[in-house]
Design a protein around this ligand. Structure first.
Ligand code: MF3
Ligand code: CO
Length: 297
Protein backbone atom coordinates (compact mmCIF):
# COMPACT_ATOMS: atom_id res chain seq x y z
CA UNK A 1 0.00 0.00 0.00
CA UNK A 2 1.40 3.37 -0.88
CA UNK A 3 0.58 6.71 0.59
CA UNK A 4 0.69 10.33 -0.52
CA UNK A 5 2.69 13.22 0.94
CA UNK A 6 0.18 13.69 3.75
CA UNK A 7 -0.09 10.00 4.66
CA UNK A 8 -3.35 9.48 2.80
CA UNK A 9 -3.61 6.06 1.21
CA UNK A 10 -3.72 6.15 -2.61
CA UNK A 11 -6.93 4.45 -3.78
CA UNK A 12 -6.85 1.89 -6.59
CA UNK A 13 -7.51 3.51 -9.97
CA UNK A 14 -10.84 1.71 -10.29
CA UNK A 15 -11.84 2.23 -6.66
CA UNK A 16 -14.31 4.89 -5.63
CA UNK A 17 -12.74 8.33 -5.18
CA UNK A 18 -12.00 9.45 -1.62
CA UNK A 19 -14.16 12.56 -2.11
CA UNK A 20 -17.44 10.66 -2.09
CA UNK A 21 -18.40 11.72 -5.62
CA UNK A 22 -19.19 8.07 -6.41
CA UNK A 23 -16.88 8.24 -9.43
CA UNK A 24 -13.87 6.01 -10.01
CA UNK A 25 -10.66 7.44 -8.58
CA UNK A 26 -8.98 7.57 -12.01
CA UNK A 27 -11.90 9.66 -13.35
CA UNK A 28 -12.04 11.92 -10.30
CA UNK A 29 -9.16 13.05 -8.04
CA UNK A 30 -6.32 10.90 -9.44
CA UNK A 31 -4.91 13.70 -11.60
CA UNK A 32 -5.22 16.29 -8.85
CA UNK A 33 -3.50 13.97 -6.39
CA UNK A 34 -0.63 13.33 -8.81
CA UNK A 35 -0.17 17.04 -9.23
CA UNK A 36 -0.27 17.65 -5.48
CA UNK A 37 2.38 15.02 -4.95
CA UNK A 38 4.55 16.55 -7.69
CA UNK A 39 4.36 20.01 -6.09
CA UNK A 40 5.24 18.45 -2.75
CA UNK A 41 8.22 16.66 -4.29
CA UNK A 42 9.43 20.01 -5.67
CA UNK A 43 9.49 21.35 -2.12
CA UNK A 44 6.27 23.38 -2.34
CA UNK A 45 3.87 23.75 0.58
CA UNK A 46 0.70 21.80 -0.29
CA UNK A 47 -2.52 21.49 1.72
CA UNK A 48 -3.30 18.07 3.20
CA UNK A 49 -6.40 16.28 1.93
CA UNK A 50 -8.19 17.08 5.20
CA UNK A 51 -8.45 20.69 3.94
CA UNK A 52 -10.05 19.73 0.61
CA UNK A 53 -13.84 19.94 0.78
CA UNK A 54 -15.90 17.20 -0.80
CA UNK A 55 -18.98 17.96 -2.94
CA UNK A 56 -21.13 17.12 0.11
CA UNK A 57 -19.14 19.54 2.29
CA UNK A 58 -19.60 22.31 -0.25
CA UNK A 59 -23.36 21.74 -0.30
CA UNK A 60 -23.33 21.95 3.50
CA UNK A 61 -21.34 25.18 3.48
CA UNK A 62 -23.72 26.71 0.93
CA UNK A 63 -26.71 25.84 3.11
CA UNK A 64 -24.99 27.61 6.02
CA UNK A 65 -24.04 30.56 3.80
CA UNK A 66 -27.70 31.11 2.87
CA UNK A 67 -28.19 32.33 6.42
CA UNK A 68 -24.97 34.34 6.49
CA UNK A 69 -25.94 36.14 3.28
CA UNK A 70 -29.51 36.58 4.53
CA UNK A 71 -28.19 38.28 7.66
CA UNK A 72 -25.89 40.66 5.78
CA UNK A 73 -28.63 41.54 3.29
CA UNK A 74 -31.16 42.03 6.10
CA UNK A 75 -29.07 44.26 8.35
CA UNK A 76 -28.63 46.66 5.45
CA UNK A 77 -32.26 47.67 6.06
CA UNK A 78 -31.63 48.09 9.77
CA UNK A 79 -28.46 50.18 9.79
CA UNK A 80 -29.13 53.90 10.24
CA UNK A 81 -28.58 56.87 12.53
CA UNK A 82 -29.83 56.22 16.08
CA UNK A 83 -29.71 52.41 15.85
CA UNK A 84 -27.55 50.68 18.46
CA UNK A 85 -25.26 47.79 17.60
CA UNK A 86 -27.03 45.88 20.37
CA UNK A 87 -30.27 46.09 18.34
CA UNK A 88 -28.42 44.78 15.29
CA UNK A 89 -27.02 41.92 17.36
CA UNK A 90 -30.48 41.00 18.66
CA UNK A 91 -31.99 41.01 15.17
CA UNK A 92 -29.18 38.74 13.95
CA UNK A 93 -29.53 36.30 16.83
CA UNK A 94 -33.28 36.01 16.19
CA UNK A 95 -32.73 35.56 12.43
CA UNK A 96 -30.29 32.70 13.06
CA UNK A 97 -32.58 30.92 15.46
CA UNK A 98 -35.48 31.31 13.02
CA UNK A 99 -33.29 29.66 10.33
CA UNK A 100 -32.08 26.64 12.36
CA UNK A 101 -28.64 28.19 12.82
CA UNK A 102 -26.32 29.38 15.55
CA UNK A 103 -24.17 32.52 15.29
CA UNK A 104 -20.60 31.16 15.28
CA UNK A 105 -19.26 34.19 17.19
CA UNK A 106 -21.48 33.63 20.26
CA UNK A 107 -19.30 32.17 23.04
CA UNK A 108 -16.44 31.68 20.56
CA UNK A 109 -13.38 31.92 22.84
CA UNK A 110 -15.64 33.85 25.20
CA UNK A 111 -16.93 36.41 22.67
CA UNK A 112 -20.16 37.66 24.28
CA UNK A 113 -22.33 38.51 21.24
CA UNK A 114 -23.62 37.06 17.96
CA UNK A 115 -21.73 39.30 15.53
CA UNK A 116 -18.82 41.75 15.33
CA UNK A 117 -19.73 45.40 14.73
CA UNK A 118 -16.68 47.57 14.06
CA UNK A 119 -17.26 51.31 13.68
CA UNK A 120 -14.91 53.90 12.07
CA UNK A 121 -11.47 53.39 13.72
CA UNK A 122 -12.35 49.92 15.01
CA UNK A 123 -10.38 47.45 12.90
CA UNK A 124 -12.25 44.30 13.95
CA UNK A 125 -13.98 42.41 16.78
CA UNK A 126 -16.15 45.33 17.94
CA UNK A 127 -18.66 44.05 20.51
CA UNK A 128 -22.29 45.07 19.98
CA UNK A 129 -23.48 47.30 22.81
CA UNK A 130 -26.35 49.54 23.93
CA UNK A 131 -23.73 52.28 24.25
CA UNK A 132 -22.75 52.10 20.57
CA UNK A 133 -25.34 54.29 18.84
CA UNK A 134 -24.70 54.58 15.10
CA UNK A 135 -24.35 58.22 14.05
CA UNK A 136 -24.82 59.89 10.69
CA UNK A 137 -21.55 59.63 8.75
CA UNK A 138 -20.23 56.50 10.49
CA UNK A 139 -18.97 53.48 8.58
CA UNK A 140 -19.51 50.10 10.21
CA UNK A 141 -18.28 46.63 9.37
CA UNK A 142 -20.71 43.87 10.23
CA UNK A 143 -18.86 40.55 10.35
CA UNK A 144 -21.17 37.55 10.48
CA UNK A 145 -20.42 33.86 10.90
CA UNK A 146 -22.99 31.09 10.95
CA UNK A 147 -23.03 27.45 12.00
CA UNK A 148 -25.80 25.49 10.30
CA UNK A 149 -25.98 21.72 10.39
CA UNK A 150 -22.34 21.66 11.49
CA UNK A 151 -21.01 23.78 8.60
CA UNK A 152 -19.44 27.22 8.94
CA UNK A 153 -19.87 30.33 6.82
CA UNK A 154 -18.22 33.71 7.36
CA UNK A 155 -18.42 37.04 5.53
CA UNK A 156 -18.57 40.74 6.25
CA UNK A 157 -19.51 44.00 4.57
CA UNK A 158 -19.19 47.74 5.17
CA UNK A 159 -22.37 49.76 5.76
CA UNK A 160 -22.82 53.53 5.53
CA UNK A 161 -24.80 55.25 8.27
CA UNK A 162 -26.76 57.97 6.47
CA UNK A 163 -24.60 60.35 4.44
CA UNK A 164 -20.92 59.44 4.58
CA UNK A 165 -17.89 61.59 3.57
CA UNK A 166 -16.16 60.99 0.24
CA UNK A 167 -12.98 59.98 2.11
CA UNK A 168 -14.76 57.26 4.00
CA UNK A 169 -16.61 56.05 0.91
CA UNK A 170 -13.31 55.81 -0.95
CA UNK A 171 -11.75 53.76 1.84
CA UNK A 172 -14.68 51.33 1.78
CA UNK A 173 -14.72 51.10 -2.02
CA UNK A 174 -10.97 50.57 -2.37
CA UNK A 175 -11.12 47.83 0.27
CA UNK A 176 -13.92 46.15 -1.66
CA UNK A 177 -11.88 46.42 -4.87
CA UNK A 178 -8.90 44.85 -3.10
CA UNK A 179 -11.02 41.80 -2.31
CA UNK A 180 -12.11 41.59 -5.95
CA UNK A 181 -8.46 41.71 -7.05
CA UNK A 182 -7.69 38.93 -4.58
CA UNK A 183 -10.50 36.83 -6.00
CA UNK A 184 -9.19 37.31 -9.52
CA UNK A 185 -5.89 35.77 -8.36
CA UNK A 186 -7.57 32.61 -7.03
CA UNK A 187 -6.62 29.87 -9.49
CA UNK A 188 -5.75 26.25 -8.88
CA UNK A 189 -1.98 25.66 -8.66
CA UNK A 190 -1.23 29.32 -8.01
CA UNK A 191 0.23 30.31 -4.63
CA UNK A 192 -1.87 31.72 -1.83
CA UNK A 193 0.64 34.58 -1.67
CA UNK A 194 -0.50 35.64 -5.16
CA UNK A 195 -3.91 36.39 -3.63
CA UNK A 196 -2.29 38.26 -0.73
CA UNK A 197 -0.17 40.38 -3.06
CA UNK A 198 -3.10 41.25 -5.34
CA UNK A 199 -5.15 42.47 -2.38
CA UNK A 200 -2.24 44.39 -0.90
CA UNK A 201 -1.40 46.18 -4.14
CA UNK A 202 -4.87 47.67 -4.58
CA UNK A 203 -4.91 48.95 -1.00
CA UNK A 204 -1.37 50.34 -0.93
CA UNK A 205 -1.56 51.84 -4.46
CA UNK A 206 -4.49 53.88 -3.14
CA UNK A 207 -2.30 55.18 -0.29
CA UNK A 208 -3.74 52.96 2.44
CA UNK A 209 -2.06 50.41 4.68
CA UNK A 210 -2.92 46.80 5.38
CA UNK A 211 -3.11 45.22 8.83
CA UNK A 212 -0.55 42.42 9.21
CA UNK A 213 -1.71 40.79 12.44
CA UNK A 214 -5.06 39.53 11.13
CA UNK A 215 -6.07 37.79 7.94
CA UNK A 216 -8.29 35.22 6.35
CA UNK A 217 -8.45 31.53 7.12
CA UNK A 218 -9.57 28.15 5.95
CA UNK A 219 -13.17 27.44 6.98
CA UNK A 220 -15.97 24.92 6.55
CA UNK A 221 -15.88 22.09 9.04
CA UNK A 222 -14.40 24.44 11.65
CA UNK A 223 -14.58 28.22 12.09
CA UNK A 224 -10.85 28.81 11.61
CA UNK A 225 -8.92 26.16 9.70
CA UNK A 226 -5.56 26.33 7.95
CA UNK A 227 -4.24 28.09 6.01
CA UNK A 228 -3.80 31.57 7.51
CA UNK A 229 -4.44 34.04 4.67
CA UNK A 230 -2.09 36.99 5.06
CA UNK A 231 -2.62 40.22 3.15
CA UNK A 232 0.99 41.30 3.54
CA UNK A 233 2.57 38.15 2.08
CA UNK A 234 4.48 38.19 -1.21
CA UNK A 235 3.39 36.62 -4.50
CA UNK A 236 4.81 33.15 -5.06
CA UNK A 237 4.88 32.32 -1.33
CA UNK A 238 2.70 30.13 0.88
CA UNK A 239 0.70 27.03 0.01
CA UNK A 240 -0.39 25.97 -3.46
CA UNK A 241 -4.11 26.53 -4.15
CA UNK A 242 -5.96 23.30 -4.83
CA UNK A 243 -9.55 22.63 -5.96
CA UNK A 244 -11.66 22.03 -2.86
CA UNK A 245 -9.78 24.44 -0.61
CA UNK A 246 -12.22 26.77 1.11
CA UNK A 247 -11.01 30.00 2.70
CA UNK A 248 -11.83 33.65 3.32
CA UNK A 249 -10.38 36.84 1.87
CA UNK A 250 -10.85 39.55 4.48
CA UNK A 251 -8.29 42.37 4.45
CA UNK A 252 -8.39 45.11 7.08
CA UNK A 253 -7.35 48.33 5.35
CA UNK A 254 -6.41 51.46 7.31
CA UNK A 255 -6.58 55.02 6.01
CA UNK A 256 -3.50 55.85 8.13
CA UNK A 257 -0.75 53.58 9.44
CA UNK A 258 -0.89 49.81 9.63
CA UNK A 259 -0.28 49.64 13.38
CA UNK A 260 -3.11 48.43 15.60
CA UNK A 261 -4.02 48.93 19.24
CA UNK A 262 -5.19 45.82 21.09
CA UNK A 263 -5.20 47.34 24.57
CA UNK A 264 -8.97 47.59 25.04
CA UNK A 265 -9.73 46.13 28.47
CA UNK A 266 -12.59 44.07 27.00
CA UNK A 267 -9.92 41.89 25.37
CA UNK A 268 -11.54 42.05 21.93
CA UNK A 269 -11.94 45.46 20.31
CA UNK A 270 -9.03 46.22 17.96
CA UNK A 271 -8.44 49.83 16.88
CA UNK A 272 -6.05 51.62 14.55
CA UNK A 273 -3.10 52.87 16.63
CA UNK A 274 -3.36 56.34 15.06
CA UNK A 275 -7.16 56.58 15.31
CA UNK A 276 -7.56 56.65 11.53
CA UNK A 277 -10.56 55.05 9.81
CA UNK A 278 -10.39 51.43 8.75
CA UNK A 279 -12.48 49.15 6.53
CA UNK A 280 -12.89 45.45 5.85
CA UNK A 281 -14.85 43.23 3.48
CA UNK A 282 -14.87 39.47 3.77
CA UNK A 283 -15.84 36.77 1.29
CA UNK A 284 -15.66 32.99 1.55
CA UNK A 285 -14.82 30.90 -1.50
CA UNK A 286 -13.94 27.44 -2.68
CA UNK A 287 -11.16 26.88 -5.21
CA UNK A 288 -12.48 25.11 -8.33
CA UNK A 289 -10.81 23.60 -11.40
CA UNK A 290 -11.60 26.84 -13.25
CA UNK A 291 -10.82 29.37 -10.53
CA UNK A 292 -13.16 29.85 -7.61
CA UNK A 293 -16.80 29.85 -6.57
CA UNK A 294 -18.06 32.40 -4.05
CA UNK A 295 -19.83 30.74 -1.13
CA UNK A 296 -20.55 33.66 1.19
CA UNK A 297 -20.27 37.43 0.76
N1 MF3 B 1 -15.67 36.64 11.95
C1 MF3 B 1 -14.28 36.79 12.32
C2 MF3 B 1 -13.46 36.26 11.15
O1 MF3 B 1 -13.66 36.74 10.09
C3 MF3 B 1 -13.99 36.10 13.62
C4 MF3 B 1 -14.70 36.73 14.76
S1 MF3 B 1 -14.36 35.84 16.17
C5 MF3 B 1 -15.19 36.66 17.36
O2 MF3 B 1 -12.66 35.37 11.22
F1 MF3 B 1 -15.07 35.94 18.41
F2 MF3 B 1 -14.69 37.85 17.50
F3 MF3 B 1 -16.45 36.78 17.04
CO1 CO C 1 -13.23 35.23 8.79
Amino acid sequence: MSTMFDGMEIPGRNDECWCGSGRKYKKCHARIDERLQAFFDQGEEVPPHTLLKTPADIEGIKYSAEVNIGVLDGVGELVGPGVTTEEIDRWIYDYCIAHDSVPADLDYEGFPKSVCTSINEVVCHGIPSKEDVLREGDIVNIDMSTIRNGYYSDSSRMYYVGEVSEERKRLCEVTRESVKAGLAAVKPWAHLGDVSAAVNKVATDAGYSVVAEFGGHGIGLEFHEDPFVSFVAAAGTGPILVPGMCFTIEPMVNAGGAAIDMSDPNGWTVRTADGSDTAQWEVQLVVTEEGYELLSW
